[in-house]
Ligand binder design. Structure first.
Ligand code: SAM
Ligand code: TMP
Length: 413
């Protein structure tokens, strides 16, 4: 049965259909000290679908300052694979787009520690990074990248136009899906974009989430999971269009959207091809999302049973990579340290702290092979190749990895 909510779509104001209710959830990246457990912030993690503009969204998102501040513990440059990803992208965008302009201006929304913009800095190209989380913004500044330590909004847009002029490239990775006021965002982009400019962004892709049951992509920061259909609907309102798109393997399955002013560039046939695939899959109708909710419940059931079974057999279980995504899985499935001893992670800011909500101890990845365990849950499946290569010794003595999606499974059992 449909559950219509008293909430309206953040994009088109239409009444929303409730899809998932994951219950009380802490902030995904709020790794916490023991002495602060009593102050932990929780909110209701629910998703909804808009039958009009087809946007899949959170019903409610915590205040942005709670999530993005001076303690944001996600450092983009910790992954060698992602460094390569952004260097290759820079080369590609320079060759195929920026090289046609004299002295082009590039702007990145959510530049984090400068993983992408350092390529512009090295090549002496005009650039601006916009990054509200001061700890990561400072790392970028220390690389001599030009960073404004602010949230991207209309006021900042006016400041940028006045002081730097229009942008030939506006780029964002894993950020646009964080920004609740999607209309204000697109209106700012429309204002800031040079006539022949491109707005290129990539985010986790709704199609992959639904196909692979990756519900862990749903957490406070990801207020939206986009599809070509929903982005196309937003673009129309601002006289913009998707001129190209690329499916990516990053973050467990992403989509890169290339957007320009309507009529300025030829539209690649891939756009309508992928849109057709989305319609085939049913992303434009609520039924697939209701089925997805059933699959999430099935995941929970299987995961709890698997961990209970291993515990009954006195098998020790640890986790690898305290990802933001893991917060949703652990809290939704109610997995405490009774079933999961600890999680190993390379982020110094997370080490010695506890996971949000479930309070699993986070330890340095340097200790991973020093501490014997029978099973390890790979939370960062998006870095599987990098991690399994680095930790190849883990399985030598019979320890096993557990993969999560579409349903939890012991590898090589
Ligand atoms: N772009 C990097 C990447 O792909 O590795 C970082 C992605 S990280 C998940 C999201 C980043 O966006 C954070 O550094 C956060 O502080 C920033 N951010 C969040 N909301 C923003 C906003 N409204 N304007 C600009 N940046 C924002
Ligand atoms: P992400 O899935 O949001 O990219 O977060 C990746 C997390 O995984 C981050 O906390 C760092 C951690 N990590 C490791 O611990 N070891 C690794 O080799 C890699 C690539 C990531």
């Amino acid at each position: 049965m449909n559950s219509f909510l008293n909430y309206n779509c953040s994009c088109c104001n239409n009444n929303l259909v409730l899809i998932n209710n994951f219950g009380k959830m802490p902030l995904a990246n709020a790794f916490i000290d023991k002495k602060l457990f009593h102050k932990e912030h929780f909110f209701d993690l629910k998703t909804a679908f808009c039958e009009k503009c087809k946007l899949f969204q959170l019903v409610d998102q915590p205040k942005k300052e709670l999530m993005f501040n001076d303690k944001y513990p996600f450092y983009s440059s910790l992954s060698e694979g992602m460094k390569l990803h952004f260097t290759n992208l820079y080369k590609n965008i320079f060759k195929n787009h920026l090289s046609q302009f004299d002295d082009p201006l590039s702007l990145e929304i959510g530049c984090n520690d400068g993983i992408f913009l350092e390529n512009f800095k090295i090549n002496n190209l005009r650039h601006i990074g916009i990054e509200p989380s001061s700890n990561v913004a400072n790392i970028a500044k220390n690389k001599s990248i030009n960073v404004l330590n602010k949230f991207f909004n209309n006021e900042l847009t006016n400041y940028i136009i006045k002081n730097y002029g229009e942008a030939h490239l506006i780029y964002a990775a894993n950020v646009i899906c964080h920004i609740k006021d999607i209309n204000s965002l697109f209106s700012s982009v429309e204002k800031l974009l040079h006539k022949k400019g491109k707005f290129i962004f990539e985010d986790p892709y709704l199609g992959d989430v639904i196909k692979n049951n990756q519900f862990d992509q749903i957490y406070d920061e990801h207020v939206y999971l986009f599809s070509i259909i929903s982005i196309e609907n937003i673009c129309k309102r601002y006289n913009l269009e998707i001129v190209d798109c690329e499916k990516l393997l990053t973050h467990g399955g992403s989509m890169r959207y290339h957007i320009a002013r309507t009529g300025e560039y030829l539209v690649n046939e891939k756009v309508s091809k992928i849109k057709d695939e989305e319609i085939q899959l049913g992303l434009d109708k609520k039924d697939i999302y209701l089925k997805f909710d059933e699959n999430c419940k099935k995941f929970k059931n299987n995961f709890v049973n698997l961990l209970r079974d291993l515990s009954d057999k006195n098998q020790s279980v640890v986790g690898y990579a305290a990802t933001s995504k893991s917060t949703t899985i652990l809290n939704y499935c109610n997995i405490s340290s009774e079933y999961l001893n600890c999680i190993f992670d390379s982020t110094e800011d997370k080490q010695g702290k506890f996971s949000p909500g479930m309070h699993i101890p986070i330890r340095s990845d340097a200790d991973f092979t020093k501490i014997k365990s029978n099973y390890c849950i790979l939370f960062a499946y998006n870095h599987k190749k990098e991690i399994l290569e680095k930790e190849h010794k883990y399985s030598i003595n019979g320890s096993k990895w557990i993969e999560l999606f579409p349903l939890p499974k012991i590898i090589n059992d």
